[in-house]
Design a protein around this ligand. Structure first.
Ligand code: AMP
Length: 135
C-alpha cells in the first residue's frame, strides 16, 4: 500500500500546521479550509474507512476530536463546530472539524430530501436492523 498524503505528514515528509499529536492520532489544519479553523483529526494507522478502526483507536480519535472542537469553540467562537466524515479524496480515515460561522458552510450539494417510497423506506430500515443483529 502506498503511503497516503496523511501518512507522509505523519512521517514528517510533508509539512502541516499541527495542532495536536500523540502516539496514535495527529490533528492539523486542512490545507483547503472550508472556514477559519478547519481541522482534520487523523489516526496514525493508515486505514481507509473510519468504521474499520479498532474500537480503542476509534474511541480515542473521537475523544481527541471532542477536545479539539472545544478548543476551537473557545478560541474562534463559531456558532458551533460541525463534523464531517467523508474521505472521498484521501483514503486514510479522518474527521473534519469545521467551525460554522453561518448556516451555509456545510450546505449539502444536492437537492433534498430525496423522494423515497414508504415501501423502500421500510425495506431499508428492516435490512439495516437485520444486518445489525448479525454484527
Ligand atoms: P476528504 O478525503 O474528501 O474527506 O477530504 C480530504 C481533505 O484533506 C480535504 O479537505 C483536503 O483539503 C485535505 N488535504 C489534502 N492534502 C492535505 C495536506 N497536505 N494538508 C492538509 N490537508 C490536506
Amino acid at each position: 500500500m502506498d503511503d497516503s498524503i496523511f501518512t507522509k505528514i505523519i512521517k514528517g515528509e510533508i509539512p502541516c500546521r499541527k495542532v495536536y499529536e500523540d502516539d496514535d492520532v495527529i490533528a492539523f489544519l486542512d490545507i483547503n479550509p472550508l472556514s477559519d479553523g478547519h481541522v482534520l483529526v487523523v489516526p496514525k494507522e493508515q486505514i481507509d474507512l473510519i468504521w474499520d478502526l479498532d474500537n480503542e483507536t476509534y474511541a480515542h480519535l473521537w475523544q481527541t476530536a471532542k477536545n479539539i472542537a472545544q478548543a476551537i469553540q473557545a478560541e474562534l467562537n463559531p456558532l458551533r463546530v460541525g463534523v464531517v466524515v467523508e474521505g472521498l479524496d484521501v483514503p486514510h480515515a479522518h474527521i473534519h472539524l469545521v467551525p460554522l460561522y453561518d448556516r451555509d458552510t456545510l450546505q449539502l450539494h444536492h437537492d433534498y430530501p430525496v423522494d423515497i417510497s414508504d415501501e423502500r423506506l421500510d425495506n431499508i430500515a428492516n435490512s439495516i436492523k437485520e444486518r445489525l443483529i448479525a454484527i
